[in-house]
Ligand binder design. Structure first.
Ligand SMILES: NC(=O)c1ccc[n+]([C@@H]2O[C@H](COP(=O)([O-])OP(=O)(O)OC[C@H]3O[C@@H](n4cnc5c(N)ncnc54)[C@H](OP(=O)(O)O)[C@@H]3O)[C@@H](O)[C@H]2O)c1
Length: 332
């Protein structure tokens, strides 16, 4: 089996497994990587691709060897605070671009601490670029901020709709960082503010929201200097599973994903107090992650690269969200 310049690491799991199918449908070659040989070998055989077995806990030289010949490494092994440092460092040493499917601040903070080294190596570190929802929050939020007169505050809410994957549940259970928001340029605890509900203007009415830690608290602050950013989440279509992790299904079925589109709400406040609101309606988040992986691969393999730490907005501009066809936006 031939090698390819793209590796999906963790493709034996649910989310990059969906991405692998979409990459093949798009005619983009890749190999897969992972730590559990039996699962990775079976997945590689099912896909008809090559595989490499290695772990984030291996010696650096072994990880370097596993990254040989690559142009782009896609990390699907979350929670990402366990893996992103080792893999970003190896990518910098080997001259390989790095992206992942995370929505964790850790991944961004790790990339920021390696910004200078990545620039020197000509490597782009662009965490979260395969997470379609994070691409949209970043790009649509950035576009709305660019359009507003002297914006001083961004608030956004993501509606996670329908079942979540076992990997997502494991990450949520095992990794509970305190929610933070940006106030006056500083990160402070984020207990939530009024209003505690948000309306996505799709007929469901106001829905309860809770504070989250989305990457734009870092990314859009760095890109556009907006000093106040708060992010929220709404969960609908069932709560987060409470049963034993092993009993949680691997991830939503195709029919479940089709039945549970995701939604976004944005509120921008300008220095004169004027407000711009917007809502967006889009595909299920797991389909978006698969689509996001295909689009990030096309962009980076096609040399749409800015070395150093980047976000989708800083690397590719606000209009990049349009790669997700079928997304509708209403400003009001
Ligand atoms: N932001 C987003 O939009 C978004 C979307 C989907 C998923 N996610 C996140 O992505 C992660 C994966 O989700 P998933 O649904 O694909 O989970 P999954 O089905 O459990 O797959 C995770 C894959 O990563 C591997 N892995 C996990 N920890 C590892 C480590 N420390 N070293 C090496 N490999 C490791 C697993 O390998 P083993 O089988 O060997 O454990 C498995 O192949 C989760 O953290 C989830 O929250 C984010």
């Amino acid at each position: 089996m031939a090698t390819a310049p793209l590796m999906l690491y963790g493709a034996a799991g649910y989310s990059l497994g969906l991405a692998a199918e979409r990459l093949q449908a798009a005619g983009i070659s890749f190999i897969i990587g992972g730590r559990t040989e039996s699962k990775v070998k079976a997945k590689a055989a099912a896909l008809g691709v090559s595989y490499r077995i290695f772990s984030a806990d291996d010696e650096p030289a072994a990880i370097d060897e596993a990254l040989s010949g690559l142009k782009l490494f896609v990390n699907g092994a979350g929670p990402f605070h366990n893996t992103c440092e080792q893999f970003m460092d190896a990518c910098i040493r080997k001259g390989v671009h790095y992206t992942d499917i995370s929505a964790e601040l850790n991944s961004l903070n790790t990339a920021i601490t390696r910004d200078a080294a990545a620039k020197e190596a000509g490597v782009m570190l662009i965490p979260s670029a395969c997470s379609g929802m994070e691409v949209m929050l970043d790009c649509i939020g950035g576009l709305l901020l660019q359009k507003a007169q002297n914006p001083v505050r961004l608030e956004h809410t993501m509606n996670i709709n329908g079942p979540v994957s076992r990997g997502t549940v494991g990450t949520i259970r095992g990794f509970k960082p305190e929610a933070v928001k940006r106030v006056g340029g500083e990160l402070v605890p984020h207990p939530g503010e009024e209003p505690h509900e948000v309306d996505f203007r799709d007929g469901r009415g106001p829905l309860p929201r809770f504070p989250s830690n989305d990457p734009q608290i870092i990314g859009l602050w760095r890109a556009l200097g907006v000093p106040n950013i708060s992010t929220y989440c709404v969960k609908t279509g069932g709560g987060f599973p409470t049963e034993e992790l092993e009993s949680v299904p691997e991830g939503p079925s195709e029919n479940e994903r089709k039945a549970t589109p995701y939604h976004l709400a944005f509120k921008i406040t300008s220095s004169d107090g004027s407000i711009t609101n917007a809502v967006a309606h889009t595909a299920n988040g797991y389909d978006l992650t698969a689509m996001g992986t295909v689009e990030a691969a096309k962009a980076i393999l096609g040399d749409a690269v800015k070395p150093g730490f980047q976000t989708p907005f800083s690397a590719w501009g606000g209009d990049y969200y349009k790669v997700f066809s079928g997304t509708t936006i209403e400003e009001y």
